[in-house]
Design a protein around this ligand. Structure first.
Ligand SMILES: [Zn+2]
Length: 362
């Protein structure tokens, strides 16, 4: 079959246009926080990933102060920070992002140049690529959103991503937050960028105690393509103040941009085990008042692990007989402590089993 020169030309044009469009689309996933490109449909977006729907370790999550936030983690070491003299503030369409270099390379990925902050985890150094904001917070604490969550996105030479989350909550009597001042002074329009100067990054790191008392877990990017294996540092104990005026300004600029908290899967055994071991080791040295739920659990385990294993000893059965013979009352009395610890365990288990349910889409 012969093809006319005009048809050939049209066919080539079509092929070239298709290549141009697909290359362009590959560089960025276009998403939003509502409608057909909203979080429920992120897995269906071009160049996104099915992991947004099927991932087992997605972020953000709801954190429980009695269970998660008392755990201790080995913090990052060799934290080094300098203030930023000059950077680019970009409105990505979904957030305000501060970075050096090419901001169009991705919302969470950022450019190739680094901002002056870094830390080391297990001999791997992570450098700050960019930071951006979510209103309200993406992670929740005991079900509650905070007003703002800032994500400082770090990258290692082996392309691992680690994100430091910093919460802001409105301080109704407070002055403007100095760190946010140059960022909110002049806000670029969506898909535009401006130059900003003198960002006091040291203030933020001082505010979060140099990431030395964080909660940590392995999750994902909270935006498409929802890549997993992201090491999170959540600074829940050092919440930064933001003035009502600043909060309104930020919210007006970026709107609602918070992914709903995700169904939570247990963390990989090795990590949670080692964290727990570390936590227990620390606690055995210096018992802390915070570890109430743990001590309850230990007491429960002690009680129960002994009771079922213990075949009824002679002295026990004698005692029972004695009690039975002498009065009926002691029997329920002796059971009372058991019931108490039982109810605690039920509560504890209820809390744990509830977690995934509470993370359904809002
Ligand atoms: Zn983010």
């Amino acid at each position: 079959m012969k093809v006319s020169p005009i048809s050939q030309l049209l066919l080539y044009s079509f092929i070239i246009l298709s290549i141009v469009f697909s290359v362009k689309a590959e560089s960025k996933v276009i998403f939003s926080y509502d409608g057909k490109t909203g979080p429920t449909f992120w897995h269906l977006l071009p160049n996104s990933s099915s992991i947004c729907l099927e991932g087992r370790h997605q972020s953000p999550i709801n954190l429980f102060s009695k269970i998660d936030l008392i755990k201790k983690f080995k913090p990052p070491c060799d934290v080094r920070v300098e203030n930023i003299c000059k950077a680019e503030l970009a409105h990505t369409g979904n957030t305000l992002e501060v970075a050096l270099g090419k901001e169009e390379e991705g919302v969470e990925g950022g450019g190739e140049e680094f901002l002056p902050a870094q830390f080391t985890v297990e001999n791997e150094t992570f450098k700050l690529l960019q930071f951006h904001f979510h209103t309200p917070s993406e992670h929740r604490i005991d079900g509650r959103h905070l007003d703002v969550e800032m994500h400082l996105v770090f990258k290692s030479p082996s392309e691992k991503i680690s994100v430091v989350a910093v919460f802001f909550d409105v301080d109704h009597k407070g002055m403007d937050n100095k760190f946010l001042k140059p960022i909110l002074q002049r806000i670029p329009k969506p898909n535009e960028a401006i130059e900003i100067r003198n960002i006091n990054l040291k203030q933020i790191f001082r505010g979060i105690n140099n990431i030395q008392k964080p909660y940590s877990y392995t999750g994902s990017l909270t935006t498409p393509p929802c890549t997993e294996g992201v090491l999170w540092w959540i600074n829940d104990k050092h919440i930064q103040p933001i003035s009502p005026h600043q909060r309104i300004k930020l919210r007006d600029a970026i709107g609602f941009n918070s992914r709903f908290t995700q169904v939570r899967e247990p963390e990989p055994e090795s990590k949670s085990d080692s964290s727990l071991k570390e936590y227990e080791k620390d606690n055995s040295k210096e018992p802390e008042p915070e570890s109430k739920s743990d001590s309850f659990l230990k007491e429960y385990e002690k009680d129960h692990s002994k009771k079922p294993k213990k075949p009824e000893s002679k002295s026990d059965s004698f005692l029972k007989k004695y009690k039975k013979d002498h009065s009926k009352k002691p029997k329920p009395k002796s059971k009372q402590p058991e019931l108490k610890s039982d109810s605690f365990l039920k509560e504890y288990k209820k809390d744990h089993s509830k977690k995934p349910k509470s993370k359904q889409p809002e």
